[in-house]
Design a protein around this ligand. Structure first.
Ligand SMILES: Nc1ncnc2c1ncn2[C@@H]1O[C@H](COP(=O)(O)OP(=O)(O)OP(=O)(O)O)[C@@H](O)[C@H]1O
Ligand SMILES: O=C(O)[C@@H](COP(=O)(O)O)OP(=O)(O)O
Length: 460
C-alpha cells in the first residue's frame, strides 16, 4: 500500500502557466500525492506575473519565489522541504532554467535532507542509513577507488587504538565475504603463508579487512557489497550484519570503511571524506562530488603531488571543498610506503598499485629510509598478466617481495615469491600532510573521535 507523499514541486517561467497548472493538477489528483508547496526556480519567457500572491491564487497552492530571479533558489528549496516536512521533491522545470550541473546541485541538497529528488525520467534516492550501531562511530568514505580510504582507515585505527579507544573496523568491498568475517588482527599473526591458505580456499585474501587487520592490528570485520549508485548507495551489502557483529564484539569505537565511491549504509556520528587529488576536477566539483564533500567533518585530500596533481590543482580542490563545506577541516596529503618487516640490506622487488609516474619517488623513499636495494618495481599489482611479466623479469634478482596487500598481492605476488623461496613483506601507505600549515592528521582524527563520542552520548 502506498503512503501519502508530501511533495514539493519545482516550476519555472519557461512553461506557460496553464501547462504547469495542468501538470500540478495531474499530480495532485493521484491519491498517494499531496502537493504541499511549489517553488518557482526561474525563467521569464512565459511568465505573466511574478507576484507570489497572484501566482499562488492561480495555482491554488502556495508558490514561493527566491530573492533573485536569475539564481536557482537552492536554500529556498531546502527551507521548503523542512517547513513542509516534505517526503519528495518533483522537478517540473527543464532547460534552459536548469542544466545538468544545477540539477546535480539540487539533487545533492535534496538527498542530504534525506528525501528523493524526482523528474520525468529520473529519481535519485537518499542514502540508506541503518541505525544499528550501539557504539560511537565514524565512517570513512571517498570520491573514488584507490584514493586511500584503506590507507587512512588503517592509519586512523592505529592512532585511535594507541590512544586507548579500543576501535574495530568494519570494511566492505567488492571482493568481501558472503557472511561478515571477523579477523582478530589484534590476536592472530597474519603471515604470507596464512594469507595463502585463505586464498587457496577461494576467498579474496587481499580484501580490505585483511589489509586493515594486518596494517593496524585491530579487530576487523569484512563485508561485501555489489553495485554503487551515483550518490553512493549500494545494491547489496551485508554491512548491516557487520555492524551488528561490531555491537556484540569487544570494541568501544567503530570505524566503517567505504568501498570505491560507495558509502557505508550505516548511520554514524562523524565522517571522514577522502578525495584523490589525481581525480578529474569535474568529478569533485560536479555531479555527486559535492554531496560527498558536504558529509565530511574532516576532509583529507590524498596524492597531492606531481605527477598526480600540481600545487595549483591542490589549491583549487581545497577551494572547492571550502565552498561546499565551510566547517570541515581540510588536510592535503601524500602517501609514502612503510614496509611492515625488516628489509635492510636486502634486494627488493616492490609491487604496488600506485601510478607509474610516482615509481621513482617510491623507490628513492624506500632506499633512502630502509637501507634496501630495489632491484625491480611493478605498478601492475591490479593487472595479473602484466604483474606476472614483471615478476618473471625481476624475481631472480630479489631476496624479498615487498608488496601492498591489494588486488593480486596474495594469489600472484605472494604465491610466486614463496614458490621461488623469497621472503614476503607487506607494505603500508602512510599519509603525510604536504606541509605544516595543515592541522596535524593524528590530532585531527583523535579530535573527531572525541566529537563522535560526545555526539553519541548526547543522543543516547
Ligand atoms: N605516493 C603515492 N602517490 C600516488 N598513489 C600512491 C602513492 N603511494 C601509494 N599510492 C596508492 O594509493 C592507493 C591507496 O589505496 P587504498 O586501498 O588505500 O585506496 P581505497 O580508497 O581504500 O581503495 P578501495 O576503493 O579499493 O577500497 C594505492 O593504489 C597505492 O598504491
Ligand atoms: O574487495 C575489497 O576489499 C576492495 C579492495 O580490494 P583490493 O583491490 O584491495 O584487492 O575492493 P573495492 O572496495 O574496491 O571493491
Amino acid at each position: 500500500m502506498k503512503t501519502l507523499d508530501k511533495m514539493v514541486c519545482l516550476v519555472d517561467g519557461e512553461h506557460y502557466l496553464p501547462v504547469t497548472k495542468a501538470a500540478i493538477d495531474t499530480l495532485n489528483s493521484l491519491e498517494h500525492i499531496d502537493i504541499v508547496a511549489i517553488v518557482f526556480i526561474g525563467g521569464t519567457e512565459k511568465l505573466r506575473t511574478d507576484d507570489p500572491d497572484s501566482y499562488s491564487k492561480m495555482m491554488g497552492l502556495p508558490v514561493h519565489f527566491g530573492k533573485d530571479e536569475n539564481e536557482i533558489p537552492y536554500s529556498l528549496i531546502e527551507e521548503m522541504i523542512k517547513q513542509y516536512d516534505a517526503d519528495i521533491v518533483m522537478d517540473l522545470s527543464d532547460e534552459p532554467v536548469l542544466d545538468y550541473t544545477k540539477r546535480f546541485k539540487i539533487a545533492s541538497k535534496v538527498l542530504s535532507l534525506g528525501i528523493p529528488y524526482k523528474g520525468p525520467d529520473f529519481q535519485f534516492d537518499p542514502l540508506t542509513l541503518y541505525e544499528v550501531v550501539r557504539k560511537p562511530s565514524l565512517k570513512i568514505l571517498g570520491t573514488g577507488k584507490r584514493i586511500g580510504k584503506t590507507a587512512v582507515s588503517s592509519f586512523a585505527s592505529r592512532i585511535i587504538d594507541k590512544n586507548g579507544y579500543e576501535p574495530c573496523v568494519v570494511a566492505m568491498g567488492r571482493g568481501g565475504p558472503a557472511e561478515p568475517e571477523i579477523v582478530h588482527g589484534n590476536q592472530i599473526e597474519i603471515t604470507p603463508e596464512f594469507l595463502m591458505e585463505q586464498s587457496d580456499k577461494g576467498v579474496h585474501a587481499a580484501s580490505d579487512h585483511w589489509e586493515d587487520a594486518l596494517m593496524s592490528r585491530v579487530l576487523t570485520i569484512g563485508c561485501r557489497r555489489c553495485g554503487g549508485g551515483m550518490g553512493g548507495d549500494v545494491f547489496m551489502t551485508n554491512m548491516k550484519k557487520g555492524a551488528e557483529l561490531a555491537n556484540e564484539n569487544d570494541c568501544k569505537f567503530v570505524i566503517f570503511e567505504g568501498s570505491g565511491a560507495a558509502i557505508p549504509p550505516i548511520k554514524t556520528n562523524k565522517h571522514i571524506v577522502l578525495i584523490g587529488a589525481n581525480q578529474p576536477l569535474i568529478n569533485i566539483e560536479n555531479f555527486f562530488g559535492p554531496f560527498r564533500i558536504q558529509l565530511g567533518d574532516l576532509v583529507i585530500i590524498t596524492m597531492c603531488e606531481e605527477p598526480m596533481a600540481s600545487p595549483e590543482k591542490v589549491k583549487e580542490i581545497e577551494k572547492i571543498i571550502a565552498k561546499v563545506n565551510s566547517t570541515a577541516s581540510i588536510i592535503s596529503t601524500i602517501f609514502r610506503p612503510k614496509p611492515l618487516g625488516d628489509i635492510s640490506g636486502k634486494n627488493v622487488l616492490f609491487a604496488t598499485t600506485a601510478p607509474d609516474g610516482i615509481k621513482e619517488v617510491l623507490v628513492n623513499h624506500l632506499q633512502d629510509n630502509y637501507n634496501c636495494n630495489v632491484v625491480g618495481i611493478t605498478s601492475h599489482l591490479s593487472n595479473r598478466p602484466l604483474l606476472q611479466e614483471d615478476i618473471n623479469k625481476y624475481i631472480d634478482k630479489a631476496d624479498v617481495m615487498l608488496t601492498e596487500l591489494k588486488a593480486a598481492a596474495v594469489d600472484v605476488a605472494t604465491k610466486d615469491s614463496l614458490d621461488a623461496g623469497l621472503e614476503v613483506v607487506y607494505c603500508d601507505n602512510i599519509p603525510i600532510a604536504i606541509d605544516d600549515t595543515y592541522p596535524d592528521i593524528s590530532e585531527s582524527i583523535i579530535n573527531l573521535v572525541d566529537a563522535a563520542i560526545d555526539d553519541f552520548n548526547n543522543f543516547y
